[in-house]
Design a protein around this ligand. Structure first.
Ligand SMILES: Nc1ncnc2c1ncn2[C@@H]1O[C@H](COP(=O)(O)OP(=O)(O)OP(=O)(O)O)[C@@H](O)[C@H]1O
Ligand SMILES: [Mg+2]
Length: 273
């Protein structure tokens, strides 16, 4: 399975959530995180890894062939053992590497993702129609858009859901932090919400390389939320129906209704399943 994770704007925690979801995978899944952010990667610096092997060496290898084992040859391991393909720090290098990796509908990622039990989580960063990571989004089995559940970020999502629906039949949201209730977001935007990642600085610090896992990431609120996301992620079809994932925890009530209805009623209706 190939899962593309991205945002439309801001830094809602795409990289952190991709690592959390991968690190909290069920035992039958073999996850690998691939940092495909055209703005450049953060993982190698955060965890003091080497820049190579990673996306750049994978791109060079993909020119020679895209067999199912190629991706695994360009991974490094995070503390705890999670395999990652780290992106280069520079945007120019990242974009050049993505140019190679996205050939033939991201064949090098697809070949790995089509193996039994393999789950390739591609962190595509902020996407727009010009993103060099877009072919990965289009080739993915699931598109997960991370967004803070607050006015400004939801307004951007609302105006761009139509575009996302052209990339993939059923884009899904994962809400981050407090804000509007999960069910209200799903209902108003007419989009599946896979789950909710809490604001959890301690959990995030483990995934940023600044804290040790201690008793385990799985015991943190972030880890528990990431574990729950595997249920809609694994269930066929690859996205949950609208409103099927109720909020797991009460969230502070919003000041008023979602800011998006009047602006984008057409797009909301069009994406309603
Ligand atoms: N659930 C969370 N709770 C608390 N802090 C978080 C959470 N997720 C991410 N963070 C913190 O927010 C910052 C940005 O996170 P991250 O790099 O994952 O965002 P991003 O969406 O990938 O950003 P970018 O688009 O710049 O790559 C980091 O300092 C990270 O530790
Ligand atoms: Mg990121």
């Amino acid at each position: 399975m190939l899962v593309a994770l991205c945002s439309f704007k801001g830094s809602p925690g795409v990289t952190t959530s991709a690592l959390a979801i991968a690190a909290c995978s069920p035992t039958h899944a073999q996850p690998v995180v691939v940092e495909c952010d055209p703005a450049g990667g953060d993982i190698f610096a955060r965890f003091r890894l080497q820049p190579i092997p990673g996306l750049v060496s994978l791109a060079a290898a993909a020119r020679r062939g895209v067999g199912p084992g190629v991706l695994a040859q360009h991974t490094q391991r995070l503390p705890g053992g999670l395999p990652v393909v780290v992106g280069p720090a520079g945007a120019e290098q990242a974009r050049a590497a993505l140019g190679e990796i996205t050939h033939h509908q991201a064949a090098v990622l697809r070949a790995a993702a089509d193996q039994d039990g393999m789950v390739v989580l591609a962190d595509c960063g902020r996407v727009d129609p010009d993103s060099p990571a877009l072919p990965i989004v289009r080739a993915a089995d699931a598109l997960v858009l991370l967004v803070h559940a607050r006015d400004d970020e939801l307004a951007h999502v609302a105006t761009r859901l139509d575009t996302a629906a052209r990339w993939t039949p059923k884009p899904c949201l994962v809400l981050v932090g407090n804000g509007y209730p999960t069910s209200e977001v799903a209902r108003v935007l007419g989009v599946g919400v896979m789950g909710r990642i809490p604001h959890d600085p301690k959990g995030a610090a483990i995934l940023s390389g600044t804290a040790h896992a201690g008793r385990g990431l799985q015991r943190t609120p972030l880890g528990r939320a990431a574990t729950r996301i595997w249920t809609p992620l694994s269930a066929p079809p690859t996205v949950a129906p609208v409103g099927s994932q109720p909020s797991t925890k009460p969230v502070p009530p919003p000041r008023s209704g979602l800011p998006v209805g009047s602006v984008t009623r057409t797009s909301v209706n069009r994406t309603q399943p």
